[in-house]
Design a protein around this ligand. Structure first.
Ligand code: ADP
Ligand code: MG
Length: 411
């Protein structure tokens, strides 16, 4: 509760909110700090405690278990710059994905700008911003799903986390050859960009990391269809955005570049172009989302934070590196570099009409990874796990100042 208004919650405020018998609070605080759910911060003005990411995760998972959304948690299947992705399951055993937003986790690209920024904005905390990113993602996923766009089914959202359906597929980046399906998939993806614009939206990070490709083989095995699912929405912008055309063009260019490099596929047709696409706007999902809980003010705050902190999605990475295969991204595919490193645009094998990731590869499909789950035992009024069973996280010898610098945020 204290974290709602204070990144560092003053110790007296904790006592006040907890309203425990005298002496009870320090013990609880010390227990929580020992297992790393909260951390002490000595501030120039006051001493207090802040929630750690672990603490925030705990609260969020507690809410998801109470709501019946998440019952068990399995393997981590993705590590983005600003998120962790886990498979999880409902009590009925339905496999789902838990996306934990972690804005502010990475060291800042522009340290000074950030310092100034944080000084001027008390709400610029990682906790608040991660929550905004999760809320934005959830609201857009709901709106897009309602309109029949190929996106995961949104299941729940709490604090900095989103729960959605598991798409049993690989990111397009991991696909080495699509054969004849290249032109169909290419056309489909570009028309998806256009259809989004006709609904008032630009994805803003439309690239091979954020498009999952499912391979469906016809019953006689002769025909392979590639079905794309679009994910990752925190950087979505409205067609009214002052740089809308830039983002639209960047999304289109990402697809063109990827198809050319990976599959040796280029099209003679220019475009699609932003101005043509927004001539026939059928519905304004951007306006709908604004009215539904993710306000314009929140959108602005999040956009400002992401800009200041160099959060520009995967597209920015690809663009900066100019080489799609050396972007240093630590996604699932990074675990299998041999699988993705050797494309050079010439992996098109005429004998093989389609191959979505090598079946012998070590990368397991998300559904297989989901098979092993840890049942979450977080229940209302449950005490915290016994301290005797938990080793406190190793405490490196580090000054508070150095620790803060490492954590990447300022107070
Ligand atoms: P980030 O914002 O960090 O880029 P993403 O939402 O793009 O996070 O997810 C990162 C990776 O996690 C994806 O590339 C994909 O491999 C996996 N992933 C995310 N959502 C799903 C999902 N619903 N089903 C299956 N895999 C997913
Ligand atoms: Mg992504």
């Amino acid at each position: 509760m204290g974290s709602r208004n204070h990144e560092v919650v003053p110790t007296p405020l904790i006592s006040q909110i907890a309203s425990l018998r005298a002496g009870g609070v320090p013990k609880c605080i010390s227990n929580l700090a020992k297992i790393g759910l909260i951390a002490k911060v000595k501030n120039a003005k006051y001493d207090g405690y802040r929630l750690t990411y672990g603490g925030l995760d705990y609260l969020s998972l507690h809410t998801h278990t109470k709501a019946g959304t998440v019952y068990s948690v399995g393997n981590q299947i993705g590590v983005g710059k600003e998120s962790d992705i886990f498979v999880c399951a409902s009590e009925q055993g339905r496999q789902l994905v838990l996306k934990i937003h972690r804005l502010g986790r990475i060291s800042f690209r522009t340290v000074k700008a950030n310092r100034d920024y944080l000084r001027n904005r008390s709400s610029g905390s990682w906790m608040y911003m991660s929550r905004l990113a999760a809320l934005k993602e959830f609201e857009f996923m709901k709106a897009l799903r309602r309109e029949g766009f190929p996106v995961p089914e949104p299941v729940g959202q709490n604090r900095h986390t989103v729960v959605m359906s598991l798409v049993d597929a690989f990111p397009m980046r991991q696909i080495s050859a699509v054969g004849d399906a290249a032109s169909t998939l290419y056309a489909e993806l570009l028309s998806l960009i256009v259809r989004l614009a006709q609904h008032g939206l630009i994805h803003g990070d439309f690239n091979e990391f954020n498009i999952l490709i499912e391979e469906k083989t016809s019953t006689d095995g002769s025909d392979v269809t590639l079905i794309p699912t679009l994910i990752d929405f925190p950087q979505m912008v409205s067609i009214d955005h002052s740089n809308a055309e830039y983002y639209f063009d960047r999304d289109v260019a990402c697809i063109k570049r990827f198809f050319s490099r990976r599959f040796g596929f280029t099209s003679d047709e220019p475009g699609p172009f932003f101005k043509d696409s927004i001539r026939t706007v059928t519905k304004r999902l951007d306006v709908e989302v604004e009215a539904s809980g993710f306000s314009r003010k929140m959108a602005k705050e999040l956009a400002a934070y992401m800009k200041e902190h160099g959060v520009d999605g995967d597209a920015g990475e690809v663009e900066r590196d100019g080489d799609e295969d050396s972007d240093g991204r630590s996604d699932v595919d990074e675990a299998n570099p041999e699988e993705v490193e050797d494309d050079g645009g010439n992996s098109l094998d005429p004998q093989e009409p389609s191959s979505v990731s090598d079946p012998d590869s070590k990368a397991e499909k998300p559904s297989l990874l989901a098979a092993q789950m840890t049942i979450l035992d977080i229940r209302d009024n449950d005490p915290l796990p016994s301290l005797a069973d938990i080793k406190p996280p190793p405490q490196p010898a580090m000054s508070t100042k150095a620790a803060k610098a490492k954590a990447g945020w300022a107070i």
